[in-house]
Ligand binder design. Structure first.
Ligand code: ADP
Length: 483
């Protein structure tokens, strides 16, 4: 089925330009489409993390002083290598986390675009001059790299969640230590190979795989790490905030979401259905900006439900490496069980399963869930407030704009929200009322390198992408000069 070459000699930590950790205990990387072990990688802890931080700290002394154009060139080269090796990288991603190959290919482009964007932004890290406080005073504001960055990334976008941090960090002149998710270390290792071949100097980029708690603790307690950037669950994000206190770390967090999709009675229903399919079912519903709940205005409710159901009935579930598959496996059994629990809770409280509603447990490590629509859902059902991370679309009716804004904002999350209306007046009011960092108006796929992705409330701190995305990697210093 797959002709992917997994280069076992590079299934290791990457520290100071060396592939290391072959003597450590290992953990299994599993293909969630069949439950088979595809690789064993180092189960690193504090010692390896400290070693990587030390390497990054040493490399920072010279990397931070290179010309921005030089850093840009290296980033562009890594991006080129990603494009040249797209098929290989995409297959590794599908093998270790299950998303359909077409989505993996799309992720390679998306991931590379962060390196390309920040290669350009490297040249635009501007300071400014400010009027002095007296005739004999001048004030200059300069931007400098923060220092060693620790990055902790999730499994759902194994490449893009790394490059979204790596791109701006390197562009700014920082060095980095990356800890990828346990499910997806192989994509991260392949990216390290590209960095190595592209000529990223040793120690500038480092990777450790292993014990999340111990590596996280080593990052947080080490004063040489000046910035921590994390994408993952809100629970771990809160834990990192607490841990960051002792060394007062500069911290960026991209956490969970619970995205509403609102369909007004003047929406283009066909467009809304396409958006709902694209956002809800990509990556089997396992992204933090996937639509989690759908509100449809009463007089287009039946029309939307039937058109949406027809579209969902076309989706094919299976191994992401097989042609024509739209929905791959759930990342693991715990992910599957959460989805199933949400569906059962909704059904027990009166929701109707329109399509789907069950899954298949192939074995302990391979579980699939059918694309599902639930209708007649109410706010009391768990699925309307907890992140599902699966291919289930619960639909609730609403009457007025005021009512639906209250539904939409009644959550501790504030990452992304979507709505469909053809009215500019209505849309402008709705857009301004939504307490979300990302709003898609007639657009359910808003992510792109040039826009500042990020959440309000418990969805996080800071933004990634856009001109905002390099700021977290820069310190501001001003020089007051007496003449
Ligand atoms: P998910 O539920 O999507 O797996 P997590 O927040 O558990 O989300 O995982 C996101 C990343 O955080 C992964 O790289 C994971 O290994 C890491 N992680 C998990 N627990 C900790 C921890 N205690 N400290 C630091 N990182 C952690």
């Amino acid at each position: 089925m797959s002709n992917v070459q997994l280069s076992a000699e590079k299934h290791l930590n990457f520290i100071n330009g060396e592939w290391t950790g072959g003597n450590l205990k290992t953990f299994d990387v599993i293909n969630p489409a069949n439950g088979k072990v595809i690789a064993k990688v180092p189960y690193s802890g504090k010692a390896e993390t400290d070693e990587a931080i030390e390497a990054a700290h040493t490399a920072f002394q010279s990397w931070s002083k290179t010309a921005a154009t030089e850093r840009a060139q290296v980033l562009r080269k890594v991006a080129e290598m990603m494009h040249e090796n797209k098929e290989e990288l995409a297959k590794i991603m599908t093998l270790e986390m299950g998303k359909p190959l077409a989505e993996s290919r799309g992720e390679v482009n998306y991931a590379a675009s962060f390196l390309e964007w920040y290669a350009e932004e490297a040249r635009r890290v501007y300071g400014r001059t400010v009027p002095g406080k007296s005739a004999n005073n001048r004030i200059q504001v300069v931007k400098q790299p923060v220092g060693v960055v620790a990055a902790i990334t999730p499994w759902n976008f194994p490449a893009a969640m790394i490059t979204r941090k790596l791109g701006p960090a390197l562009a700014a002149g920082c060095t980095i230590v990356i800890k990828p998710a346990e499910s997806t270390p192989l994509t991260a290792m392949k990216l390290m190979e590209f960095c190595e071949e592209a000529g990223v100097p040793k120690g500038v980029v480092n990777l450790v795989t292993g014990n999340p708690g111990e590596i996280g603790e080593a990052f947080m307690s080490n004063p040489k790490v000046r910035k921590v950037t994390f994408t993952g669950s809100t629970a771990v994000g809160k834990h990192l905030i607490r841990q960051s206190a002792d060394t007062v770390k500069n911290i960026s967090l991209e956490l969970g979401g619970h995205a509403p999709l609102i369909i007004f009675d003047d929406a283009d229903i066909e467009k809304a259905v396409q958006g709902a399919i694209a956002s809800k079912y990509r990556n089997a519903g396992q992204t933090c900006i996937c639509i989690n709940r759908i509100y449809v205005q009463t007089n287009v409710y039946d029309k939307f439900v039937s058109a949406f159901t027809e579209a969902v009935s076309q989706l094919k579930v299976g191994n992401g490496l097989d042609e024509g598959v739209d929905i791959g496996p759930m990342i693991n059994k715990a992910g599957y069980e959460k989805v199933d629990k949400h569906v059962q809770d909704a059904v027990s409280k009166g929701a109707e399963v329109v399509i789907g509603g069950q899954g298949e447990v192939v074995n302990e490590n391979a579980c699939f869930y059918q694309p599902t629509i639930l209708k007649d859902v109410t706010s009391e059902m768990v699925i309307m407030s907890e992140e599902t991370f699966g291919p289930v679309a619960p639909i609730q009716k609403f009457e007025t704009e005021e009512e639906v804004i209250e539904f939409a904002n009644n959550t501790p999350y504030g990452l992304s929200a979507y709505f469909y209306t053809e009215s500019v007046t209505r849309g402008t009011k709705i857009m301004e009322s939504l307490d979300y960092g990302i709003v898609g108006w007639n657009d359910a796929l808003p992510s792109t390198a040039q826009a500042p992705f990020g959440g309000m409330k418990e969805s996080g701190i800071g933004r990634e992408g856009g001109i905002e995305g390099i700021e977290p990697y820069l310190e501001t210093k001003y020089v007051s000069l007496g003449l």
